[in-house]
Design a protein around this ligand. Sequence first.
Ligand code: URA
Length: 206
Amino acid sequence: MDKYTSLHKLKDKMEGDDSLPLKEGATKLVFGVGNTEAKILCIGEGPGFNEDQQGLPFVGQAGKLLDKLLPMAGLERKEVFITNIVHHRAPGNRDPEPSEIAAYGKYLDKIIEIINPEVIITLGRFSMAKFLPNVFISQVHGKKHRVFWKDKEIIVVPMYHPAAALRNGNVLEAEKNDFYELKEILRRMGEGKKKEVPKSEQMGLI
Ligand code: URA
């Protein structure tokens, strides 16, 4: 089954799952959006008011900022896939509880498995903690981390949450630098790949 179909099937399953803890207070499921063949997966925290109304991630103020940050890394929104750590809005936009993160986690894991990204950009500390527990975002933001995810190496780049950047000018400056630096990280990864010599071409190498 192709990724597009698998993701739609998963979305249908999630929509029918009444055990999801934030479902009752939410308007719409915010599953994810973007290129189902993406090499880069962005994971935010959870839907806010606008996302809950529209059923799409990052469509409010934080999303508008994300739309400006992605091009700094040479990326367009339509190139990446964007989802969240929880997929229903928490009441009053409060932080998600560990039990809620765990409940949505089984679906997020499946999204990651289907997309099979090379790079995961975490937006904010909740999605960062999924891959990099016990670190402070102030110490690791913008840096490239190799993470083993179900036997596969994925590059995780933790970023500040765009909403935090909207609240604090220093965070905004750091965020912009991190996205410019991400362009370099992605460029170097691309070059690394080009240098790989396929096995079929290795004969005769000295
Ligand atoms: N903030 C998030 O973390 N995710 C969204 O989808 C919107 C705002």
